[in-house]
Design a protein around this ligand. Structure first.
Ligand code: GMT
Length: 376
């Protein structure tokens, strides 16, 4: 099949899922066209079956806001006609499903039916999308997609609660390519760059937005390091980073916390980690938790949103109510203080990640595309 994928090209989870999906589909013989404003960060190889088309929005002084949706929908129309694209898959409803719908309508005028699959990822529903400024457009674009998927059952329920949805929503969870993970491939000297041998490595990865409760990450670590010799790796960039740096200084733990910025070496960092912290206010799935688990890292998270569909209580880690820093710290200590317990949790985390193997999930999308093709 010839499939166009529209996504955010950044480090965020939706872009990562879209990119990994496209690459996996190309390995299964499909022709993939990524259409977005920058080459997606995880898209390192282009080939005869993986293409990238840049959406360029020319600056014009009259525009106070540059019209990205307009440029995207025009680009979609042009690329569909040029490459004979058969299916459009948009990731993150805003504004992708809206632009996709416009492209569909323009193509219909020319006698081309372009089926559109929309995948809901999280904040497009739970945070941004339900804002009155966007809600009617998001509601409309979901109902006018040919197929709609959500990355967890929790996100499906939220979508049905927050919007007036007339379309069936299929849950297709996020996934991970298990075959890529060989936990022995990094050397000990690389670990020494992060911590000394007797220190445990605790990691948090996110876009440092408020929803991630970065303060809680620091406070959980602060409690843990009183009992366990440890270092905290803070990976990512975002609006709460400066505040986190201030907190670390106020608590006097600067020598124990490393801010690593956005990283292309997530798997290396995780392969040396002993614990992953994700105390989010809300998380539709928690792809970073799954990435930690497949690297054998137990997860201390909240029980919000789709996290209970990923983290298994008392097995791959622990979950607590949002804001219960004391309990999350105590649970972290209980895993780290005993080497045998830690090894059991590490093993369990890796095993629990197997449920989301790409091999099981990608065929679900393919089946959807097959159904979509029948509409054309
Ligand atoms: O906030 C983020 O983590 C980024 C955001 C995105 O769309 O890139 O992540 C959302 O989609 C991910 C992939 O499906 C999910 O794993 C995250 O849980 C979800 N984030 C939230 O719901 C806050």
């Amino acid at each position: 099949m010839k499939i166009a994928i529209v996504c955010y090209p950044t480090f965020g989870g939706s872009g990562v899922v879209a990119t990994e999906l496209g690459l996996a589909l190309s390995k299964r013989g499909h022709e993939i066209h990524f259409i977005t404003y920058k080459q997606p960060v995880r898209l390192d190889q282009l080939s005869s079956s993986v293409h990238f088309h840049e959406v360029h929005v020319p600056e014009y002084p009259l525009f106070h806001y540059q019209p990205y949706e307009l440029a995207l929908s025009s680009k979609l129309v042009n690329m569909v006609k040029l490459h004979g694209i058969e299916v459009l898959h948009v990731h993150y409803a805003i504004p992708h499903a809206y632009a996709g719908y416009m492209a569909k309508k323009m193509l219909e005028e020319e006698g081309i039916y372009l089926p559109m699959v929309t995948t809901l990822h999280g904040t497009d529903i739970t945070l941004v999308g339900r804002h009155p400024f966007y809600k009617p457009a998001v509601n409309f674009s979901i109902n006018n997609s040919d197929f709609v998927t959500s990355v967890s059952k929790s996100l499906k329920d939220d979508t049905l609660d927050f919007f007036n949805i007339t379309k069936e929503i299929e849950v297709i969870p996020n996934f991970i390519d298990i075959s890529k993970y060989d936990r022995k491939s990094f050397t000990d000297c690389q670990r020494e760059m992060m911590a000394s041998k007797d220190e445990k490595i605790i990691t948090h990865i996110s876009n440092f937005r408020r929803v991630k409760r970065i303060d809680d990450v620091i406070r959980i670590f602060f409690e843990i390091q009183k009992k366990i010799k440890a270092r905290l790796m803070m990976v990512g960039e975002g609006p709460e980073k400066e505040r986190a740096e201030d907190m670390v200084e106020e608590l006097g733990i600067e020598d124990k916390v490393l801010f690593l910025g956005e990283s292309h070496e997530i798997d290396k960092i995780l392969s040396f980690s002993d614990l992953f912290l994700l105390p989010s206010e809300r998380e539709s799935f928690g792809l970073s938790a799954l990435e930690a688990m497949v690297n054998g890292v137990p997860v201390i998270s909240t029980n919000s949103g789709g996290l209970p569909e990923v983290n298994i209580q008392g097995v791959s880690g622990y979950m607590s109510d949002v804001g219960n820093v004391e309990e999350m710290a105590a649970n972290g200590i209980s895993i780290l203080e005993n080497e045998a317990t830690l090894q059991t949790f590490k093993h369990n985390a890796y095993e629990a990640a197997q449920r989301f193997d790409i091999k099981e999930i990608v065929p679900k999308y393919e089946a959807l595309y097959e159904k979509a093709l029948k509409l054309a």
